[in-house]
Design a protein around this ligand. Structure first.
Ligand code: NAD
Length: 328
């Protein structure tokens, strides 16, 4: 297993080859950069820190917007992970035009990559592009039916990535990674798992929005990182679901958290408009192309690790302003 744990065997050294990660100061980015560094890569992070990071970044930080990147940023780089994005589904309904920045940033970065013939590019997309999918689990071939401005920016990003691929002769340099729900320590509490864990650690009250029957496909962040790293050596893979292939409801999550903090109360709030009842990844393509990456971290274990992390944050006085969960 590639993994990010400290018990892993010493990695093969990659002679300091340089990888650039946009959004590398964010939740998934920091975990990815840590693992790439452990594997011997040199890391360059482009992130304008618009989202206050909860973890320390790894590697050289170029604190700027993706839109301000130029060819110099790609000097000596052999692979780019594009993770930088506005990503709040609910917010995107209120600020749809601001979210178009996601599209502009992706287009700008892809143009720069085309100019230098970047060998490898991985673009972060989302299961939100499927909307209410006609079939569960959902395969990569399912129709794209986005239901939020955020999801539409990811569809646009995907179209740009396909166009970029087409103008290059031979070689599948761009892979679109459709993340389902990624969770773990270091994620801001505007997503459902950290919101529940922080609430249990700090406030003794868990908030459920809507019925709690909405289901999501949760992946612990180190499992996602293992897949992202495996993508470095994968070609001929235009798009891949990055999910666990299992879904759990918010109610099930709440029960897991209540098992960790017995007696914590539950408060019910009105459900969100445009709520999608379930996301569930078909993982056959990922399994076929990325191989056996070892056993995944189960939801019970992953939630316990995330809860423990939040308990430590609260003990050391760290508080995050948002307590409301976003199941997206
Ligand atoms: N976390 C999930 O469950 C999930 C699910 C589906 C898709 N995704 C996608 O994965 C990627 C990473 O998600 P995350 O959870 O780590 O998000 P995050 O918000 O923790 O990190 C994103 C980072 O990008 C930076 N950023 C945003 N726009 C930028 C820009 N234009 N220029 C420079 N920096 C910018 C932010 O400051 C932040 O540090 C995003 O593209 C997101 O849409 C995440």
């Amino acid at each position: 297993m590639t993994g990010c744990g400290t018990t892993e065997p010493p990695p093969a050294h990659h002679d300091g080859r340089r990888i650039l990660v946009t959004g590398g100061a964010g939740f998934i980015g920091v975990w990815l950069c840590r693992e790439l560094e452990r594997l011997g890569f040199d890391i360059v992070v482009v992130d304008d820190l618009r989202t206050t990071p909860l973890q320390r970044h790894v590697g050289e930080l170029r604190c700027k917007s993706v839109l301000d990147m130029d060819l110099d940023d790609l000097d000596g780089i052999f692979a780019v992970y594009h993770l930088a994005s506005r990503k709040n589904v609910a917010e995107s309904h209120h600020q749809p035009l601001e979210y178009l920045e996601n599209v502009d940033a992706a287009g700008h970065l892809l143009r720069l990559c085309a100019q230098v013939n970047m060998p490898r590019v991985v673009m972060a997309s989302s299961c939100e592009v499927y909307g209410i999918a006609p079939a569960l689990p959902t395969a990569e071939t399912a129709p794209l039916a986005p239901r939020s401005p955020y999801a539409r920016t990811k569809v646009a990003l995907e179209m740009l990535a396909h166009a970029h691929h087409q103008v290059r002769s031979g070689g599948s340099d761009v892979t679109i990674a459709r993340f389902f729900n990624v969770y773990g320590p270091g994620e801001r509490p505007d997503a459902v798992v950290p919101a529940l864990c922080l609430a249990a650690a700090d406030a003794d009250r868990l908030v459920i929005e809507g019925s709690g029957t909405q289901r999501r496909d949760f992946s612990y962040v180190t499992d996602v990182v293992s897949k992202l790293v495996a993508l470095l050596d994968t070609t001929e893979l235009p798009v891949v679901n990055i999910g666990s292939g299992e879904s759990a409801s918010v109610l099930e999550l709440v029960e897991l958290v209540r098992g960790l903090k017995p007696g914590v109360e539950v408060e019910w709030l009105q459900g969100r408009p445009h709520e999608i009842p379930e996301f569930l990844a078909d993982t056959a393509v990922a399994t076929r192309h990325l191989g056996d990456l070892g056993p995944a971290v189960g939801l019970r274990e992953g939630v316990a690790r995330t809860y423990d992390w939040w308990v430590k944050q609260v003990r050391t006085g760290v508080r995050a302003p948002e307590l409301v969960g976003d199941p997206h």
